[in-house]
Write a protein that binds this ligand. Sequence first.
Ligand code: SF4
Length: 332
Amino acid sequence: MFNTIYIEEQVANHPRTRELCARFPQAARVSCQRYGEVFNPRAQNFRLQKQQPALILASKHRHRVLAAPNGYGIGSSSNYYFSHMLNCLYDCRYCFLQGMYRSAHYVLYVNYEDFGSDIDCILADNNDTDCWFFSGYDCDSLALEPVSEFTQHFLPFFATRPTAHLELRTKSTQIRSLLHREPLPNVVVAFSFTPGEMHRALEHRVPTVERRLDAMAQLQQAGWLTGLRFDPLIYQDNYREQYRRLFRQVFEHLDADRLHSVSLGTFRLPRAYFKNIVQLYPDEPLFAGAFAETCGMVSYPPELEQELNAFCTEELLRYIPEQLLFPCSLAA
Ligand code: SF4
C-alpha cells in the first residue's frame, strides 16, 4: 500500500509507529526530524503525488483540538474539531485539501493519547456539559481505518465520556470496526453524498452512492446514530433532477426516523485554495462556471447559492422534520 514511510525521529519508538512499520515491512523507511521537511516544501505537485502517496508518521505538538468556527455544527453551541490525519485516500475534485497542501502524502499523527488529553481539558473547561468534536476535517474519518485504527482507539475513549459527542465524517464503507462494537449514543457516523452523476465525475476512488447507502443502512440496523451531509451542494444545469433523484434514492434506502441529523452547504473554498486547485486542474468543468468572491471565500453568486439551497432544503423537508436539518455556510 505504501512504498515509503517517513518517520519523525521523536515517534520512531512509539508503539503505533512500531506496529505500522511491522505491518508494511516492504515499505522503505526514511527518518526525518520534523514531518514538515517532507510535507511542506513548495516544489511539490499534489496531483503527481496523489498517484502514490507516502505515509508520514508524526507527532502533533500543538493546536490539536480547535474551536469550530461560529455557525459550524449540528445544533450545539460548543463545537470543536480535530484531525488525526492530513489528506485522504480519495480524490474529490472539489476537495479543499488539494488547495491547502502542496503534498498529497498522508500524515498520520500517532500521538492519539495527546488528542484525548486535550479533549478532556476542553470537557473540564466546559464543566462537563455537552460538547461536540468533529473528526474528519482534514481527512476522511474512516477511509484509512485499517491503517490508522482511529476508531479502535477513540470509540472506547468516547464511550467513557458521555458528554463528549463525536462526529465521524466519511465517504467510506470501512464500517467493520463499528459493526464489531456496541453502538454509542454519543457518536454519529455522518456520510457525505453528491448525486450519482457528480460522484462519477468528481469523486474519484470514492465508493458509489449505493455502497455508501448500504453501509449506512447496516449501521442504522446495528443501532448507530447516522447523519447525512450534502456538502458541497454543486450547481449544474440539471441539478434539480439530480438532487431530487439522490434524495429519493437515499430515503428509499434509509430509515429517516433513525437519522440523527442532516446538513447541507453549497460549494465554497477560500480564494487561495480555489486558485491552487484551478492551477492543478485547469480543464475541470466544475471550475468553469460562475463564481463570486466574498470575504476571501469563493462560492457561487448569491442568487445561484440561494436557489440551490432553497431547492435542496425544500426537497429534503419532504422526508425529514425541520429540526433535523442544519445549514452550513462555512469552510468545507
Ligand atoms: S472524501 Fe472528503 S477529504 Fe477525502 S478527498 Fe473527498 S472531499 Fe476530500
